[in-house]
Design a protein around this ligand. Structure first.
Ligand SMILES: [Mn+2]
Length: 375
């Protein structure tokens, strides 16, 4: 049987003032095409289905369309675990009912993990994102030896090994940061480092370990692998990553990486204002621009946004020769209040910083004008 391994869809992730939904819908179309073309027998999603535990309506709609297409229309079972970005109880709502439709969702870790049996030879053990304390609570008799996340993984995996049938293909589906994995800009929580890394040795004895959490597709060991996110979610090193999904043949255990093509790419560019304006080929892509010959103020940002609708951030020349220019993110515009706009206007046009007295006066004027509008 062919199993498709994917992870880190991050449905609902914001992109500037918009979302990544167009790219994510293109991924869904390509996922369905691959399933049909390759005769895929099951799909494994290793967590971070959503970008946030409080997913919005359009992200939930996209999730609905995805599982309806895969489990419903194509009739292919899907095994899914909650990642650190997901809300475990929300993601796994109605899980018993959904199992009958071929959707196997695990929100929280349990002590005796019931494997999902696929085809005639494969068992999948779902390990949703968990912390050390959860494992201590599930295995109170081993509390003393569980001092780190690595110990916790060791306890959970050895408990699986005690009961698993070695005559089957035993696959672990997990959401974790494994030592040696290379991070990208969009691996926010892994970068912060509160999610400790575990060594690959905890996964000894399994036939395949389908990992999620890290967004760069990569092989950790011959049978331990990150599919990576199917789409780019940041600039920098992630711009140059080829994104996709992994196909695993459970008879030969052969693995194949299949690329996913997004309609909107991520591109960083550093050039003069005139040269950037000439780049009509960039209009369809997410951009991080550095304008080398101008100050990046609100006017310049507005002009660039008109030409490049997927623009995410601009950095320009510093106001002073020695200063560092902070990049201006498109979504920051939403957060600017009247005082911020006035200060930026004065800084950009007159290199002037208002005094506290002038700011107080400005506040008073704002209050007056507000009363005027209401009255
Ligand atoms: Mn993720």
């Amino acid at each position: 049987m062919k199993i498709l391994h994917t992870s880190d869809w991050h449905f609902g992730m914001p992109a500037g003032l918009g979302t990544y939904e167009e790219n994510q819908r293109a991924f869904l179309d390509q996922l369905c095409a691959i399933i049909q073309r390759e005769g895929v027998g099951a799909v494994l999603c290793a967590g971070d289905v959503y970008d946030s535990g409080l997913a919005g309506a359009s992200a939930i709609q996209l999730y609905n369309d995805t599982v309806t297409a895969v489990c419903g229309r194509l009739g292919v079972p899907m095994v899914m675990i909650a990642g650190n970005h997901d809300s475990a109880p929300r993601l796994s709502a109605c899980r018993e009912l959904l199992q009958r439709a071929g959707l196997y969702v695990t929100g929280r870790l349990v002590r005796d993990i019931e494997p999902v049996l696929l085809g005639k030879d494969t068992a999948v053990y779902p390990l949703p994102y968990f912390n050390r304390d959860e494992v201590s609570a599930l295995f109170p008799e081993r509390r003393e030896e569980i001092r780190s996340l690595e110990d916790a993984f060791q306890v959970v995996c050895s408990h699986i090994r005690e009961t698993m049938d070695p005559g089957r293909r035993n696959i672990v589906l997990a959401h974790a940061y494994v030592v040696g994995a290379q991070l990208s800009e969009s691996d926010r929580s892994a970068r912060v480092g509160y999610a400790a890394a575990v060594s690959k040795d905890v996964f000894d004895g399994f036939d395949y370990v389908a990992l999620g959490h890290i967004h760069k597709p990569q092989v950790i060991a011959p049978r331990i692998r990150y599919s990576g996110s199917p789409l780019k979610y940041s600039f920098g090193s992630e711009e140059r990553q080829e994104k996709g999904v992994v196909l695993v043949d459970t008879e030969t255990m052969e693995q194949t990486f299949l690329p996913i093509q997004a309609p909107h790419d991520h591109i960083s560019l550093q050039d003069t204002y005139e040269n950037i304006l000439r780049r009509t080929d960039l209009a369809e892509h997410y951009l991080s621009l550095e304008v080398t010959d101008r100050y990046a103020g609100l006017e310049l940002l507005a002009d660039l946004q008109e030409r490049f609708p997927y623009l995410l951030s601009v950095r320009g020349k510093a106001l002073t020769e020695t200063g560092e220019a902070a990049p201006l993110a498109v979504e920051e515009l939403e957060r600017l209040d009247e005082t911020d706009i006035m200060r930026r206007f004065l800084a950009e046009n007159f290199q002037y910083e208002p005094t506290p007295e002038q700011l107080a006066l400005f506040q008073e004027v704002l209050v007056w004008s507000g009363e005027e509008e209401e009255g």
